[in-house]
Design a protein around this ligand. Structure first.
Ligand code: GLY
Ligand code: MN
Ligand code: MN
Length: 436
């Protein structure tokens, strides 16, 4: 994998040319008081280095004679390592991670300027770490002030993400393998969840069984907080309390994915708790499934990313009209976004190191993102007949029999040279495969 990190750095350096790129590790996240969450490296930082410690800075200086890749890291410290575990330290940062030079992080302010003085640009993405943003700004301002004397130095800060995100958008063979593994574990967990779901069981039991599989199979854990939403809880898009006892006659919506070696899967299935759809549930389910199938069919190289959402919206709107939940002409209903009370989110996002992965969806109003082989995205239409009486009053045509039903179906799809591959096809979604 080191060769691949190196190749990514070279690719980025070729694009930033005479600039210097600066990348910050993720901060530690506090759970409460002095207890911290498991550390998870910043995805950009990890993509370029494979280095998984906090308190680190990576510098890419393609124009520097000797030090094109520099790491600032926490130094070895026996006493601290007894508590918080192994640290790579300065020397091994060079040996193991291929840095041309490495320094203790405490020397950042002193050592950084030599990598900026000859650069014409700083490439940096302003992040959540305000103090570090200020550090970069103060170096930049100091160099600007002394620019006339030196005649060289950065005259702009550019956001690295335009370049880096277009790289992250196209997955390498190695990345695809990790994503397949993340998908395989989540597939097993979803299939197990379907087997054990039964009236009387609690949502958290299903969550626990799935997350057990995530870890058991060597995953890092859930890719995001697991959603196990029975009945009307499914109408809350990010319901994560998972405390309710499931009832016969209800649907269960599970949105759960696994992180495997930093790569994520993201799957949603909705199925009957008691084994049989009610007629209403089945009618709505078939609309969402059709929307998903048609949207997945849009995943072809050369198609705009936006065609995925547009296709789903059309099928869903047609379905709502057929049921009398919406009334009017399809094109007009779509233009006026009348489907939005029932379908309020978008249909697809990029997937990779982040669940909502790096990459733009539209280059301005008129220039859509075109699908290319190597991209991985989700396709996740839904319908949510929110049990909100005010909403129902506003829409008197919403017959009570639909109220409280929430459905989403989500798969992870790789764009291939000839079309697509559904990475998560191993979890059933046809009505007859889900009924018991
Ligand atoms: N589970 C988050 C999403 O589907 O985007
Ligand atoms: Mn998703
Ligand atoms: Mn999801």
């Amino acid at each position: 994998m080191q060769a691949e990190y190196r190749q990514r750095r070279e690719q980025l350096m070729a694009k930033i040319g005479t600039g210097t790129g600066i990348f910050r590790s993720a901060p530690m996240a506090v759970m409460h008081n002095d207890v911290e969450y498991n550390y998870r490296q910043d995805s950009d930082f990890f993509y370029l280095t494979g280095f998984n410690e906090s308190q680190a800075v990576a510098v890419l200086a393609p124009h520097h004679a000797e030090h094109r890749f520099v790491l600032f890291v926490q130094p070895k410290d026996r006493e601290k390592e007894v508590w918080t575990g192994y640290r790579c330290g300065v020397d091994a940062a060079k040996e193991l991670y291929g840095a041309d030079e490495a320094y203790p992080i405490s020397e950042l302010d002193e050592k950084l300027p030599q990598y900026l003085e000859k650069a014409d640009r700083i490439y940096y993405r302003f992040g959540r770490d305000r103090a570090f943003n200020d550090t970069i700004l103060s170096h930049y301002q100091r160099l600007l002030q002394t620019y006339p004397k030196r005649g060289t130095g950065p005259i702009a800060i550019e956001d690295t993400s335009t370049i880096l995100y277009s790289m992250r958008l196209l997955k390498s063979q190695a990345e695809m393998e990790l994503m397949r593994q993340a998908a395989a574990i989540a597939i097993e967990a979803h299939n197990h969840a379907m087997e054990i779901t039964a009236p009387g069981r609690y949502e958290y039991e299903i969550q626990a069984e799935m997350e057990r599989i995530f870890r058991l199979r060597g995953g890092m854990g859930p890719a995001y907080p697991t959603i196990v939403a029975s009945g009307a809880n499914a109408c809350v898009l990010h319901y994560i309390e998972n405390v309710r006892q499931m009832q016969e006659q209800e649907l269960l919506l599970i949105d759960a994915g696994c992180a495997y070696d930093y790569y994520n899967s993201d799957i949603t299935r909705t199925f009957p708790v008691g084994g049989k759809f009610t007629p209403e549930q089945k009618i709505l389910y078939e609309i969402v499934l059709e929307a998903q199938k048609q949207a997945i069919a849009q995943v072809q190289p050369g198609n705009p990313h936006k065609s995925i959402h547009d296709t789903a919206v059309r099928v869903l709107t047609e379905g709502l009209v057929e049921l009398g939940i919406l009334k009017g002409e399809i094109d007009k209903l779509i233009e006026e976004e009348k489907y939005k009370p029932y379908y309020m989110h978008r249909t697809s996002h990029w997937l990779g190191l982040d669940v909502h992965d790096a990459g733009v969806y539209q280059h301005g109003e008129d220039k859509p993102q075109i699908l290319q082989p190597g991209q991985v995205l989700t396709v996740e239409p839904g319908l949510y007949i929110v049990p909100d009486t005010k909403l129902a009053e506003d829409q008197p045509q919403t017959h009570p029999r639909w109220i409280g039903i929430g459905i989403r179906i989500e798969d992870d799809v790789l764009v291939t040279p000839n079309g697509h591959e559904v990475l998560t096809a191993g979890v059933p979604k046809a009505v007859d495969e889900m009924e018991r």
